[in-house]
Design a protein around this ligand. Structure first.
Ligand code: ADP
Length: 301
């Protein structure tokens, strides 16, 4: 399994850490508009968010030198956030936390939110900040109990409000903004396949954009599943043309401002994907000042 030893150079990509030591009270203030709609989220005695345990906040507030990296992946639906975040998670031994996965897990459970979430997600809309923060807090808490440190967030924050809340409780070291030509995004979403057993992400789309009007062409080979996953592939219910287009519209309206939020704080690393994974992965590692020894060896073999 890939671990830190695979990296021959240390990560130095963390940009200006947020100097302001944000206070827990900020989280309470930030979440307070939700308190009336969800009494269970708040501790009635002292107003503390009872879902985020002080121990978790203690972990989130650690100095960068005392914890693993805290990175965020931004990018349109279909850009490949999950693919690259999960590869980096393997390489660095840091948890990959995808809020979309948390939502889908909740949606397929028989919990009280299940049908409400199904309706929202299948229309391509965003889940409320209250629900998403609750799901994320629970995931962080479970990680804390297992001794996890650091994270690679994928799909969060998606609104400026979420970014403000996150900035208030912890220092994000780096935000990687993945970009891909618009023509490829829809095809990538429609070609996405997931292994129902291991959760692996694959893609059957073969994207071949011809050079036109001075714009270079782009080729992205399919990302086929390994034989053990091939017969277990499923398609996400929200990966239909209509819903993907709606998700892309919502990204422009709600998440594009999050890019500016981090850009203005000097934390945004823009990364234009030059093609498929084979071509993009080494370049992304280079941009992050990382090396994958295993990948180099297999390329040389
Ligand atoms: P995408 O391919 O659109 O990036 P995700 O797997 O990240 O898909 O998310 C799937 C769905 O889960 C979203 O369309 C949205 O309904 C919900 N979701 C995930 N993360 C968030 C978030 N941070 N805020 C609100 N809704 C979210």
């Amino acid at each position: 399994m890939a671990v830190l030893s695979r990296c021959s150079r240390a990560v130095t990509a963390a940009t200006t850490p947020n100097a302001a030591a944000a206070k827990f009270s900020y989280l309470i203030r930030a979440l307070s508009p939700f308190s009336s709609s969800s009494s269970s989220t708040f501790d009635a005695d002292n107003g503390l968010n009872s879902r985020i345990k002080p121990a978790v906040l203690g972990t989130l507030k650690r100095e960068p030198k005392d914890r693993n990296v805290q990175w965020v992946f931004l990018g349109c639906p279909g850009v490949g956030k999950g693919t690259y975040a999960s590869r980096l998670s393997d390489l660095l031994g840091i948890p990959h936390i995808a809020t979309g996965d948390l939502v889908r897990d909740e949606l397929t459970s028989s919990g009280p939110l299940s049908s409400q979430l199904k309706e929202i997600v299948n229309q391509g809309k965003l889940v409320s900040d209250e629900i998403i923060i609750d799901l994320l807090s629970k995931r962080l808490e479970a990680g804390e109990a297992k001794g996890e440190s650091g994270f690679i967030l994928d799909g969060f924050p998606r609104t400026v409000r979420q970014a403000e809340i996150l900035e208030g409780v912890t220092d994000i070291d780096l935000v990687i903004n993945l970009k891909l030509r618009e023509e490829a995004l829809l095809a990538k979403c429609l070609g996405r396949r997931i292994c129902s057993e291991c959760g692996g992400n694959y893609n059957v789309a073969c994207i071949d954009i011809k050079a036109e009007n001075g714009k270079p062409g782009m080729y992205m080979a399919p990302l086929p599943p390994p034989p053990q996953c091939a017969c277990k592939l499923i398609t996400r219910a929200d990966d239909t043309e209509e819903v993907v287009k709606q998700r892309l519209r919502i990204y422009q309206a709600m998440t594009l401002p999050v890019e500016d939020f981090y850009r203005s704080r000097g934390k945004l690393l823009e990364f234009d994907l030059p093609g498929g994974v084979r071509e993009s992965w080494p370049k992304l590692l280079h941009a992050l000042n990382l090396e994958d020894e295993e990948d180099k060896q297999s390329a040389a073999a």
